[in-house]
Design a binder for this molecule. Structure first.
Ligand code: GLP
Length: 269
């Protein structure tokens, strides 16, 4: 696991976007026609990264023409054109501002007639695309990744999940503060779906996420903190800001700072 500690949210977002851009470029240069497959989250955490990626795309540095995306999750019951659907979120905040072919973007259908079929189909589509090259994600204050709430199976795949009361309270800010308007269920990729990606990058900002970051980095692997399953992945990068590090041990903090500093040292090249 790498932990990148940036001073603030803007720097974190810049670091994450540049890393993704570099990976896309490397993929392009490696030849072959297979598209780069990107897993994407919603929420406030990735907004800055999306803004930076849009800038990089508009300045001609990167292109999404050969990129396929799969979103992590979608609320059950919300049609795509609903103000708060994750489909709308992705178009408004990202897809409408880059050169991606909308046919290459995927989110689960929240109004699918047979939810189980929709979930199976989603996993199949990911497999058919060649698997996810880089899964970008955020975490909830209770450590959930996508909508894999506490005590979700760590070997889960795309399925329907009930949302916890805490998550509904958190997300009610997008529904005029009305908890009753927040859907009770979501279609979400599983923890294993995320772990199957070739690489995972998780954005963690702000003091409210400090406890979740501690469990992600220092805790034992446990279904109580689904983020802790990331410790089982070979290639995970956590990009966080200083406030999110508030609950890490001083030694842990120093370790990751010093090891990344060494990476930047030109004499190590
Ligand atoms: C939701 C999403 C998660 C996201 C989490 C944190 O529950 N399903 O993918 O990581 O919220 O959101 P935020 O980034 O707004 O803190």
């Amino acid at each position: 696991m790498r932990v990148i500690i940036e001073p603030d949210y803007d720097k974190l977002s810049q670091w994450a976007a540049r890393y993704i851009a570099r990976r896309m470029k490397e993929h392009e240069r490696s030849g072959g026609s297979r598209p780069f497959v990107l897993g994407l989250p919603t929420g406030s955490s990735p907004l800055g990264t999306y803004r930076e990626l849009i800038k990089l795309c508009r300045s001609g540095y990167i292109s999404f023409r050969n990129v396929i995306t799969f979103n992590m999750d979608e609320y059950v019951g919300l049609p795509r054109d609903h103000e708060q659907s994750y489909w709308t979120f992705m178009h408004r905040n990202f897809f409408d501002h880059i050169d991606i072919d909308p046919a290459n973007t995927h989110t689960q259908h929240g109004t699918a007639e047979t939810e189980d079929k929709e979930c199976t189909k989603y996993e199949e589509m990911i497999a058919e695309s060649g698997g996810i090259d880089l899964f970008l994600g955020g975490i909830g204050a209770d450590g959930h990744i996508a909508f894999n709430e506490p005590f979700s199976s760590l070997s889960s795949r795309t399925r329907v999940k009930d949302l916890t009361y805490d998550t509904k309270v958190m997300n009610s800010r997008f529904f005029g503060g009305n908890i009753a308007s927040v859907p009770s269920k979501a279609l979400t990729v599983g923890v294993q779906t995320v772990l199957d990606a070739r690489e995972v990058m998780i954005l963690v900002n702000g003091h409210a996420k400090a406890r979740a970051l501690r469990h992600t980095v220092e805790g034992g692997v446990s279904q109580a903190w689904t983020c802790s399953a990331l410790q089982m992945h070979r290639r995970v990068i956590i990009v966080c800001d200083e406030p999110a590090c508030g609950e890490l041990k001083v030694d842990t903090y120093r370790y990751f700072r010093s090891i990344e500093q060494a990476n930047l040292d030109p004499s190590s090249l």
